[in-house]
Design a protein around this ligand. Structure first.
Ligand code: NAP
Ligand code: G4F
Length: 326
């Protein structure tokens, strides 16, 4: 009999790639969407026609219990979150409710519907939990043993989600794993994140639809991979004999300036400075200056390694936006 998986955050970037992967593997896929009339519902029905949509909200535990009863999943992937770091400074309490306490609601929904021993659970933890100021980062990057120092309401809420997941494993014997994922991007990335904001603006500048782009801190560095590679790692975590924590990263870090250089190169522009304005509205009250991940454990134990490199990622995103904007 085919396995069944429940994905929260199905309308997000990772929800899309994970649903595609699980469908290819023969899973029956259920996806949680929020809202009485979510405008993305029609889009999801078109792009992921095989997904069984369940209306539920991470802040409403009873709706999650119902989702578990409907899907009777073998695996639950908890991807839903308020996921934008900048937004989390403006809406810190909502962020705690969804990104933090929402994880507890999902775990309780599994436990109270009798799934503690039968359901495998994946929590979308994040490199934002390391935060820091860059000084305490090991030369080879953060790994599963590195200390945490979140720098945003989002990072703090995710740290709660991370530890409550581990707590449910230790308390109730749940198969509950956390993927500590570094930034991963794609043409499906939300426009509010810096990579897609840049790739889309570069496409529009090429097509004469836009003159410049406004950005915040250009010096921050991120370890950017391709989302399609990372959902494969999530799935592998739940196929292990034992649950655990796993870092997924590329092991390379680039600045926003590097991303601008590579993106503008795609449209034949070598000097991007005339096309970029800095706007303090996009600066954060506290910044994570540098992120670099060490995914040796995932390579060793999951046989996972990223396939797409930085240059390929930028090219794919810019070309996809040129096509979409043409
Ligand atoms: P995303 O595109 O922002 O998707 C998040 C999804 O969560 C959205 O579809 C959103 O629904 C849904 N959601 C928000 N509030 C909800 C609520 N109250 N109830 C139910 N659903 C709700 O994020 P992503 O990039 O795919 O990331 C997936 C997960 O991995 C997130 O938890 C993120 O924090 C984490 N993560 C991401 C990265 C990364 O680089 N992408 C790295 C590490 C960890 P709507 O579509 O209706 O808004
Ligand atoms: O693209 P970002 O908003 O991603 P950020 O903050 O690294 O968070 C993403 O990755 C995390 C994993 O490390 C996830 F957990 C999280 O859910 C999300 O997916 O910003 C990247 C960098 C930051 O330093 C930001 O200050 O780009 C800088 N930046 C400069 N100008 C900007 C902008 N970020 C955004 N979103 N918009 C700007 O105009």
């Amino acid at each position: 009999m085919s396995k069944s998986a429940l994905i929260t955050g199905i309308a997000g970037q990772d929800g899309f790639y994970l649903a595609e992967l699980l469908n290819k593997k023969g899973y029956k896929v259920f996806g949680v969407m929020r809202g009485q009339s979510n405008p993305k519902t029609e889009e999801i029905k078109k792009s992921l026609p095989y997904v069984n949509i369940i209306e539920a909200d991470l802040t409403d535990q009873s709706s999650l219990s119902r989702a578990i009863e409907v899907a009777t999943p073998d695996e639950v992937y908890n991807l839903a979150a308020v996921s934008h770091v900048g937004y989390s400074f403006k809406n810190p309490q909502l962020t705690v409710d969804v990104t933090g306490k929402g994880v507890l609601n999902m775990l309780e929904a599994i436990r109270l519907t009798g799934g503690s021993k039968s359901v495998k659970f994946y929590q979308a933890s994040t490199s934002e939990m390391y935060g820091g100021v860059g000084d305490n980062m090991p030369k080879t990057g953060y790994n599963e043993e590195s200390p945490f120092h979140p720098r945003s309401p989002y990072g703090v809420a995710k740290l709660y989600g991370h530890w409550i997941t581990i707590n449910y494993r230790e308390s109730y014997g749940m198969f509950a794993s956390c993927g500590i994922l570094f930034n991963h991007e794609s043409p499906k990335r939300g426009m509010e994140f810096v990579t897609r904001k840049i790739s889309n603006a570069v496409a529009r500048i090429k097509l004469g639809k836009q003159d410049y782009i406004e950005l915040g801190n250009l010096d921050a560095k991120r370890d950017w991979g391709f989302a399609g590679d990372y959902v494969e790692g999530m799935w592998r975590m739940l196929q292990q004999d034992k649950p655990g924590e796993f870092v997924l990263a590329t092991g390379e870090t680039y600045s926003i300036k590097d991303f601008l250089t590579a993106s503008f190169k795609e449209i034949g522009i070598t000097d991007w400075k005339p096309y970029v304005k800095q706007n303090s509205a996009f600066m954060r009250p506290a910044e994570v200056n540098i992120l670099l991940g060490d995914s040796s454990k995932a390579e060793r134990e999951l046989g996972w390694k990223r396939k797409v490199d930085f240059e390929q990622l930028v090219k794919t995103m810019v070309q996809s936006d040129i096509e979409a904007e043409s």
